[in-house]
Design a protein around this ligand. Structure first.
Ligand SMILES: [Fe+2]
Length: 326
């Protein structure tokens, strides 16, 4: 694991935009644009504040307590220290999951474009019965491996089921075209982000063998513990929900005219230019999760920096992304 020092979250905000060629203008250069952006942002700030308040109150489970010596306690310790924990799915359950996916994936993949434009799908299978079976199998795997107990204890929530989305990605990364109009190359930190969720664990289960070219999940160990303030997180998540963080010309123009102290995004990696010292810090600290290390990766994506699906052409990845349901 990397021994990089913590990154100050303030470096992942307004400092990225001063002099950035894709973000020109300030609030005082066109206050009407700034007010228009604020008009879109403020309702989302209100909602995110409510979500933050609700997530801060644990329900039903005593946070951070598990019997020592158990597998779940080991996973919880990793989650607390590093922001992630890795487990291996029981082989019999994994085979049963693969059988279910084999039955149901044809109907959801048939409509995807061909090899040249990339094939990406994330969602439920079409058959409700297959989905129910899938969710039951995954929940059982979470119980047996201790993943469920660790997730519950870490977030202080009580999860009674899971929702499993099938994810298929092949033939190149999802096309992002971040600053295509400005003729700028994608930065090396592209797609590094926090999720917009609050108080929920994130679990990815690899169904195929995943090595570096296959778009593995990536996470910066310890980033869940950086000095994110509640205000900072609320703004970042609200910015995402308001869609002001999108990198098309119109949204960039609005974003650039926001007051400087609000210029921060959940998906900040797109805006860190190569050569910015923080870029190298993030890249050096990033850990890549290949399936040889484990096929269940539980992580705190609420405040932990992560990304994925950086596939190389000719490669593919099959996975389940799991949401825990209270
Ligand atoms: Fe994410």
């Amino acid at each position: 694991m990397s021994e990089q020092p913590p990154v100050d979250p303030r470096l992942l905000g307004r400092g990225c935009y001063r002099g950035h060629p894709a973000y020109e203008g300030t609030f005082w250069s066109n206050p009407m644009l700034g007010l228009k952006a604020l008009w879109r942002l403020i309702p989302h700030m209100t909602w995110q504040t409510i979500h933050w308040y609700r997530a801060a109150k644990p329900v039903g489970v005593s946070r951070h307590k598990l019997p020592s010596g158990t597998q779940s306690a080991v996973l919880l310790r990793d989650l607390q220290r590093k922001g992630f924990a890795v487990a291996r799915m029981p082989p019999a359950i994994k085979q049963a999951v693969r059988d279910v996916i084999q039955q149901g994936k044809g109907s959801v993949l048939d409509g995807l474009p061909g090899d040249h434009t990339g094939r990406h799908f994330r969602g439920r299978l079409r058959d409700p019965e297959l989905n129910r079976t899938l969710d039951r199998l995954v929940f059982e795997a979470c119980l047996q491996t201790g993943v469920l107990d660790a997730a519950q204890a870490y977030f202080g929530r009580c999860y009674r089921s899971v929702r499993s989305d099938y994810q298929f990605d092949a033939d190149g990364p999802i096309k992002r075209e971040i600053f295509e109009d400005a003729a700028l190359p994608d930065p090396q930190t592209v797609y590094m982000h926090l999720d917009t969720s609050w108080g929920v664990a994130n679990l990815i289960i690899y169904l195929s063998d995943v090595e570096l070219p296959d778009g593995p999940f990536r996470y910066i160990p310890g980033s869940h513990g950086w000095s994110w303030s509640s205000f900072d997180l609320i703004i970042r998540k609200a910015m995402h929900r308001s869609k002001l963080q999108k990198t098309d010309p119109e949204n960039r123009r609005l974003f650039a005219h926001l007051p400087r102290f609000l210029q921060r995004k959940a998906e900040f990696g797109n805006d860190i230019q190569n050569g910015n010292p923080v870029s190298q810090l993030l890249l050096d600290a990033e850990r890549v999760f290949v399936s040889a290390d484990g096929d269940m990766v539980l992580s705190d994506n609420v405040t932990g920096v992560h990304r994925g699906i950086l596939l190389r052409p000719g490669h593919r990845r099959e996975a389940l992304t799991i949401g825990f349901v209270e």
